[in-house]
Design a protein around this ligand. Structure first.
Ligand SMILES: NC(=O)c1ccc[n+]([C@@H]2O[C@H](COP(=O)([O-])OP(=O)(O)OC[C@H]3O[C@@H](n4cnc5c(N)ncnc54)[C@H](O)[C@@H]3O)[C@@H](O)[C@H]2O)c1
Length: 502
C-alpha cells in the first residue's frame, strides 16, 4: 500500500498490517523462522499499552543458524554478483519500501509510538532514499595503483595495487528510536559493499526490521544475505557479537551497551562501528535570529518526543536574549499537542515502553530533587506510555539532568555571559555526538565551531542528519562514522597486492 500524504491521519489500519501482526517470524536463510526453543515475547503498542504481537525470542542456537546462513550466502551467490547487479537490487529495495510505504509507516507508529508523519517521512521515505544513495556506491568501489621502492633482490621490479574486499558477515544491532531507519543505515552500505547481514533489532521494536528483510528477499537479494533474529540483548545480541563467523559489528545504542560490545569485538579483533548516546548542547548567541527559536525547540529538542541521540537538550542562551528565548521555548513546550502518533497533529507521542516511561519520569523527579526548577509542570494522558514535555531552569552543570541521557522530552535552559564559558559548559559531558551554534555572525561561527567537541555541529539548525554527511560521535558517543562514501569503508577491507616482475 503506497504511502499516504505525510500529514493525513490514519483512519483505519491496513489489512497487511493486521495480517502481519498475527504471527511475525524471524527470517533466516530466506525462510520464516520461529525460535528453536519455541519461546516468544510480547511487543506493545505504546499509545495504549496493549500487546501488539508475539515475536520469537531467539537464543544462541537461532543466532548460529542465521550467521552460518549469512556466511554461506557471502561465499556463494552474493559474492558472484556483479556490482551493477547489487546496485540494481538496492534500487529495487528502495522502490519496494515505497510501494509498501503506508504499511511500514503504520506498523512503525503502532510499535514505536512515533508520529505517523515521522514514520512516513523518515522511517519510510528517507530509508528508500538511503538505499538509492548507497546503490550508487556499489559500482564505485575502487582501490589504487602504488609505485613502490622495494630494493631486493637486485634486478627485481615491483608494482603494487590495492583491492577493496567485502569484510564478510556483518552483525547489525539497532536501537528502538528509529527502528526501520537505523536498520537501513546499516544494511544498505553493507549490501552495497558486498557483505551479508544478521540484524538484531531492539527487542521493543522488531516489526519493521522483519518486514525490511522480507522486502529485501522480494527485491531479489539471495536467501541468507539478510537475516533477522529477534530477542533480547543478552540472549540474542551477545551470542551474535561473540559468534566466530561474524567479521564486523555495527551497533547503535547506549554507551553502556556499546562498551560491552567494543570489549567483546576487541577480544576477537572484529571490525566495529559504535554509534552511541548523546547530550547535545544548543548554544544561542545574542545575535541569533530569534525567529528560529520555535524551530530550535520543535525540531532541535522535541523531534520524535526527544528520543533522538542528537536531541538538543541542553540550551545555553546568552544573557541578552535569555529571557526572550526562555519565554518562546516555554510557550512552544506548553503548546505541543500530546497524543497518539496515528494523528499527525500530535507532536508529543508516547515514549517507547513502560520501562522507558518510568526512566524519563525518574529523571524528572531526580532533577526536582536536585534543586532544578520545572517550568511547565504539565500532565500527560494516563493510558499508554506518555510523558509530558518538561523544561528545567536553575540546572547546575554537575546535576544528572545535565550529564546523563534522558532520551525523552526533557530539556534545560541556562544563561551565559561569556562565549568561551558557554563552549566549556557545552563540552562538559562525556558525550560528543551533536551540537549547534545559533548566530548571525559568521566570524563567531568560524571561531567556535572548531572548539566544540561533537561529531556534527549544526549552525542555525539542529538534529537533521543527511545520508551524504558523515555521522558519528566523539568521546563516549562512539567510534567511527556512518553515511557518505566513508560508510562503505566500514564494510570493506583493504588488501595490498604486490607484483614482482623482471
Ligand atoms: N549515535 C547514534 O547514531 C544513535 C542513534 C540512535 C540511538 N542512539 C542511542 O541508543 C540508545 C537508545 O537505544 P536503546 O535503549 O535501545 O539502547 P540499548 O543499548 O539498550 O540497546 C540497543 C541494542 O543493543 C542490544 N543489546 C543490549 N545488550 C546487549 C548485549 N550485551 N550484547 C549485544 N546486544 C545488546 C539491544 O537488545 C538493542 O538491540 C540511546 O543511548 C541513544 O542515544 C544512538
Amino acid at each position: 500500500m503506497k504511502i499516504a500524504q505525510p500529514d493525513s491521519a490514519v483512519t483505519s489500519i491496513s489489512a497487511q498490517v493486521t495480517s502481519f501482526l498475527s504471527a511475525p517470524k524471524c527470517l533466516i536463510d530466506g525462510k520464516p523462522h520461529a525460535a528453536l526453543s519455541g519461546k516468544t515475547y510480547s511487543v506493545y503498542n505504546p499509545a495504549d499499552g496493549s500487546v501488539l504481537a508475539e515475536v520469537p525470542a531467539c537464543g544462541a542456537e537461532d543466532v548460529d543458524l542465521a550467521v552460518k546462513a549469512a556466511r554461506r550466502a557471502f561465499e556463494g551467490p552474493w559474492s558472484q554478483m556483479l556490482p551493477a547487479q547489487r546496485q540494481g537490487i538496492l534500487l529495487k529495495i528502495a522502490d519496494l519500501i515505497e510501494a509498501h510505504g503506508e504499511e511500514l509507516a503504520q506498523l512503525e507508529t503502532l510499535n514505536q509510538g512515533k508520529s505517523i508523519m515521522l514514520s512516513r517521512l523518515i522511517e519510510v521515505q528517507s530509508s528508500a532514499e538511503y538505499f538509492r544513495y548507497m546503490a550508487g556506491w556499489a559500482t564505485k568501489i575502487e582501490g589504487s595503483t602504488l609505485d613502490v621502492s622495494i630494493p631486493i633482490p637486485p634486478g627485481m621490479r615491483y608494482q603494487a595495487y590495492t583491492r577493496k574486499e567485502a569484510v564478510g558477515v556483518v552483525a547489525a544491532i539497532t536501537p528502538w528510536n528509529f527502528p526501520l531507519n537505523m536498520a537501513v543505515w546499516k544494511i544498505a552500505p553493507a549490501l552495497a559493499a558486498g557483505c551479508t547481514v544478521v540484524l538484531k533489532p531492539a527487542e521493543e521494536t522488531p516489526l519493521t526490521s522483519i518486514r525490511l528483510a522480507e522486502i529485501c528477499l522480494e527485491a531479489g537479494v539471495p536467501e541468507g544475505v539478510v537475516n533477522v533474529v529477534t530477542g533480547f540483548g543478552e540472549e540474542t545480541g551477545a551470542p551474535l557479537v561473540a559468534h566466530p563467523q561474524v567479521a564486523k559489528i555495527t551497533f547503535t545504542g547506549s554507551t553502556e551497551t556499546g562498551k560491552l560490545i567494543g570489549v567483546q569485538a576487541m577480544k576477537d579483533m572484529k571490525r566495529v562501528t559504535l554509534e552511541l548516546g548523546g547530550k547535545a548542547p544548543m548554544i544561542m548567541f545574542d545575535d541569533m535570529d530569534l525567529d528560529l527559536l520555535g524551530l530550535a525547540a520543535g525540531i532541535g529538542s522535541f523531534f520524535n518526543t526527544g528520543q533522538t541521540c542528537c536531541a538538543g537538550v541542553r540550551i545555553y542562551a546568552q544573557k541578552g536574549i535569555y529571557e526572550k528565548a526562555l519565554e518562546v521555548i516555554a510557550n512552544v513546550t506548553r503548546s505541543l499537542a500530546i497524543g497518539s502518533g496515528l494523528d499527525p497533529r500530535n507532536q508529543i507521542n508516547p515514549v517507547v515502553s513502560a520501562r522507558h516511561q518510568a526512566h524519563v519520569k525518574a529523571c524528572i523527579a531526580r532533577g526536582i530533587e536536585d534543586g532544578a526548577k520545572p517550568v511547565i509542570g504539565a500532565t500527560a494522558p494516563s493510558q499508554g506510555f506518555f510523558v509530558a514535555p518538561e523544561l528545567f531552569t536553575d540546572v547546575r552543570q554537575d546535576m544528572a539532568l545535565m550529564q546523563d541521557e534522558v532520551f525523552g522530552p526533557v530539556i534545560t535552559m541556562t544563561p551565559f555571559d561569556d562565549a568561551d564559558a558557554a563552549i566549556a559548559m557545552a563540552n562538559d559531558t562525556r558525550y560528543g555526538l551533536g551540537a549547534s551554534i545559533w548566530t548571525t555572525d559568521i566570524n563567531k561561527m568560524m571561531r567556535y565551531v572548531p572548539k566544540i567537541e561533537a561529531g556534527t555541529v549544526w549552525v542555525n539548525s539542529h538534529n537533521i542528519p543527511d545520508q551524504n554527511m558523515p555521522f558519528g560521535g566523539m568521546k563516549q558517543s562512539g567510534i567511527g562514522r556512518e553515511h557518505g562514501r566513508g560508510a562503505l569503508d566500514n564494510y570493506l577491507e583493504t588488501k595490498s597486492v604486490c607484483v614482482a616482475y623482471r
